[in-house]
Structure formats: C-alpha cells, structure tokens
Write a protein that binds this ligand. Structure first.
Ligand code: HEM
Length: 131
C-alpha cells in the first residue's frame, strides 16, 4: 500500500510528466533500448502510439493502487497481453529502474525519497502479473 502523501506526490509527478509526456516517454524508451537492446524486437507497433498507451496507463494504475480490486481486471488483462509479448518477471524491474532514472533526470525537484518509494510500489504490478 502507498500512503496518501505518496499518492499525492505521485499524482503531482504524473501531471508534470503529462505536460511534457512525449519527451518524457521518448527518453524513457530510448534509455530502455539503449541499455537493453534485446527488448526492442518485442515492440512491433509504432513507438509514438506506444508512448501514448504507456503514459495513459500509468496514472490509472497509481490511482488504483490503494483499491486493487477496482483495477484488478485491467491489471490481469495487461498481465495476459504482456505475457503474450514475452515479458518476463525481471523486465519489470528493468523498466522500473529506467523509469525512476528518467524521472530523477527530468523532474529532479519532484523526485525525493518519498516518490522513489512510491515508484518502487510498481513492483505491485509485477507481483500481480507474475501470479
Ligand atoms: C507499469 C509498467 C507498464 C505499463 C503501464 C505498460 C503499459 C502498456 C500498455 C497500455 C500497452 C498496450 C496495451 C496492452 O497491450 O496491454 C503495452 C504494450 C506493450 N508493453 Fe507494456 N507496460 C508496462 C510494462 C512493460 C514491461 C516491463 C515490458 C517489457 C519490456 C513491456 C512491454 C510491452 C510490449 C512489448 C508491448 C506491445 C507493444 C507493441 O504492440 O508493439 N511493458 N504496455
């Protein structure tokens, strides 16, 4: 569970990411592929479309983290689709690390210990999806 304070901080962080969402996500994916080139072939759609899908889904998950039952159908569906793409458990941790790194770089004044811990709550997704 994340605290109310962490949720508030994350929401602020996401509204900032959204104001510059494409630049943020483009940097996120270029870092991901630069450091893990083997993941590139899994992505078959247009990357510009993928940016929008990824950034659109994140706040939904964060909002739902304190109410897992509400978002369970979405998470399970994503779990199934991601398994089909060939996503395995440790990829979640790779994605999480890169995400935190880019947030640190692009929004340093909003990245503190509190938000880092909340970002670590992304492990929540991987746990459910691995189940
Ligand atoms: C919090 C983490 C993540 C979010 C919010 C997210 C979100 C999404 C969404 C919304 C889609 C499109 C809809 C769908 O297929 O379900 C998608 C597709 C995809 N995701 Fe993720 N994802 C996450 C983590 C990951 C991870 C860890 C990987 C592994 C590298 C990954 C790889 C992919 C791939 C390969 C596709 C298909 C792309 C294509 O069609 O070309 N995702 N993701």
């Amino acid at each position: 569970m994340i605290t109310e304070e962490q949720k508030k901080l994350l929401n602020e962080q996401f509204s900032l990411i959204n104001t510059d969402g494409i630049a943020f996500t483009a940097l996120f994916y270029s870092r991901l592929f630069e450091r893990n080139p083997e993941l590139h072939t899994m992505f078959r759609s247009k990357m510009s479309e993928q940016y929008a899908k990824f950034i659109g889904m994140l706040p939904l998950i964060i909002q739902g983290m304190n109410n897992p039952i509400e978002i369970m159908p979405i998470v399970l569906e994503m779990g199934e689709s991601h398994k089909r793409y060939g996503v395995v458990a440790h990829y979640w941790h790779i994605v999480q690390e890169i995400f935190i790194g880019v947030a640190d770089e692009k929004l340093p004044e909003h990245c503190n210990e509190e938000t880092r811990q909340a970002c670590a709550a992304f492990g929540f997704m991987s746990e459910i999806m691995e189940a």
